[in-house]
Design a protein around this ligand. Structure first.
Ligand SMILES: Nc1ncnc2c1ncn2[C@@H]1O[C@H](COP(=O)(O)OP(=O)(O)OP(=O)(O)O)[C@@H](O)[C@H]1O
Length: 239
């Protein structure tokens, strides 16, 4: 079976600074994967590279076997921060843009999502609260019938009740074969959702384990496993 994402020997520097080194990663279709790491570890950068927003890395990135940038981008729905839209744009205009830009955009899914997230899309972008803006980004990202979803800290600024509601139902918004990568600092909140965990430390992927492996091999929950790696209680040779 072709991997949803296959990254080989990825190296990325920006303004002479090393950001990612020797990243190798294979993600199978259908998984929900937590991308974890401390501030500045490189999670956003890795997502931007997979999505083709950041360029000029060394190594290869394949999404469903496709390494060429334009067709690869078509497979990936990435939670971008609505840059490029004007404050006076109505959310429904942004929806229209997405519908035109992405052939896999589902108007039905969008309607279901904004209803679920209680978003009125007759509002202007400038009038949204931080949390509502984040919810709208989630709605747009998940409205595509994509093979790969990349959600970069999608719950930032969203109140805890809504967060719980979204996390517990997020699985229903992805097709069974789609792969979803989620970065989040509230590890315990998303842990139950995750099939696998990828941890970035020292500029590279230092661990990639299934939730079952973490339980059976280390006797730990995901958050404790993550903290043990960062605190040095689990060493590289044990991974
Ligand atoms: N445009 C840039 N020029 C130079 N360095 C950059 C640039 N963008 C990001 N970086 C650096 O790349 C590293 C990785 O940043 P990135 O935003 O990917 O981390 P992150 O894991 O997503 O962090 P956080 O959890 O804080 O969001 C950081 O050291 C950051 O300072």
């Amino acid at each position: 079976m072709t991997n949803a994402i296959e990254i080989t020997q990825l190296n990325y520097r920006k303004n002479t600074k090393t950001i990612l080194t020797d990243v190798n990663l294979q993600l199978a279709p259908g998984k929900i994967v937590g991308l974890l790491g401390e501030n500045g570890a490189g999670k956003t950068t890795l997502m931007r590279l997979i999505a083709g927003v950041a360029k000029n890395a060394k190594g290869t990135i394949a999404v469903h076997g496709e390494t060429r940038e334009a067709p690869r981008r078509a497979f990936v729905s990435f939670s971008e921060a609505l840059q490029g839209f004007r404050p006076a744009d109505k959310l429904s205009q942004i929806r229209d843009f997405y519908a035109l830009a992405y052939p896999d955009f589902s108007a039905k899914k969008y309607l279901d999502l904004i209803t679920f997230l209680q978003i009125d899309d007759d509002q202007k972008l400038a009038t949204l609260s931080k949390g509502t803006r984040e919810k709208f980004i989630i709605a747009l990202t998940l409205s595509r019938e994509a093979a790969v979803y990349l959600l970069d800290e999608p719950f930032n600024g969203i109140d805890s009740m809504s967060r719980k509601r979204i996390i517990s139902s997020i699985i229903q918004w992805k097709q069974d074969s789609a792969t979803m990568v989620i970065s989040d600092h509230y590890v315990s909140e998303i842990a139950a959702l995750l099939d696998e965990v990828v941890i970035i430390k020292d500029h590279t992927v230092c661990a990639h384990k299934s939730s079952d492996q973490i339980r059976s091999e280390f006797g730990l929950g995901i958050e404790a496993f993550y903290e043990s790696i960062y605190e040095g209680d689990i060493h590289d040779d044990e991974l």
